[in-house]
Design a protein around this ligand. Sequence first.
Ligand code: PMP
Length: 406
Amino acid sequence: MTFNVQAIRAQFPGLQGLANGKPFTYLDSGATAQKPLAVIERMDRFLRSEYGTVHRGLYARSVDSTRAYEQARVSVARFLTAPDEKNIVFTMGCTDAINLVAWSWGRKHLKRGDRVLITGMEHHANIVPWQITAELTGAELVVCPILDDGSLDMEAFDRLLDSRVKLVSLIHVANSLGTINPVKLLAQKAHAVGAKILLDAAQSAPHMPLDVVDLDCDFLAFAGHKVYGPTGIGVLYGKSDVLESMPPWRGGGEMIEKVTFEKTTFAPPPARFEAGTPPIVEAIGLATACEWLGSLGWADIHAAERDLYAYAEAKLAEIPGLRRIGTAAERSTVLSFTMPNAHASDISSILDLEGVAIRAGHHCAQPVMQRFGVTATARATLGVYSTREDIDRLAAGLRKVAELFG
Ligand code: PMP
């Protein structure tokens, strides 16, 4: 299929219509993506005529529902090029997936003297769970600094990575900066000192094909709603032996083998980590989203997004006083910036009057803001449906901001 952005846009009801009387210009896909009809209609159909509980009922509806839920796991495994669907744990989101690793793997495998190495560009979802786990286990959280362009300080990384590090947990693509980290190389380095590696792929999964075998990551986490799927669902990929080494983190139905009042034995992964009735409809919606995204063709997605990003960067460079935050050589479709005299929230409010939706704030990355000496940035992010017209409207709005505040 050739990449036709107008044909893609037509599949997104959420992009149609007006905002504040202007064409709705959605440039906040990094926060959450709009949903294609394929996902909306699949979830609608499932809810209307296929819905039933999973893993419990012996009647046909439940058996079919179980099959659809487990088939969703197969689709997600394919999306990540995972060896087996048993490597895929459904979670409530990316945050939830990282918390799973912190609470289960962390409490089992970390002790005083051990280190978890993160980076200075993490989302709070990959900082706070490790702080809590460090507090509980006595392990130490170590942060690899970032350079002025927002790239990882590789010399510091090499210096900090030693045999005390038991886990390297890092963002694949930084949501506040756009930096693409060299995660395959970092995985090799981590493994060379005997550490495991977790990739927060929340911002990479929507933009690039992920091959967990090639990357050789031990864990990978992403969120359904950023890959054009529903909220309330995320994924933890884990290598088989690593998942098998981990105790449950939540107890309840479905994650057990046998329960007595004296003792409970647990199901193997992934069920061990999916206590309770899972997000059935959302898992099916996510699988549809993964299939839909894959059907566009990654090479075409990449080419279109690169082209639009270059166009957007050139347009932003024309705005008087605009300062880009995050200019690493390897960067994805994030445009984070500040403007003189205008707070990020002013920028966002003025753009909103023009129908342009961007994010303003710390992007759940307060340490990044501190690193660059700002309290907040304005951030535009692209999706597969973004167009040059969207960027033109953004640029026109920013020129108004520059006139008002300059
Ligand atoms: N990591 C990164 C890099 C993110 O951008 C986000 C979402 N902003 C998360 C983690 C958390 O994702 P969720 O809120 O869907 O759990």
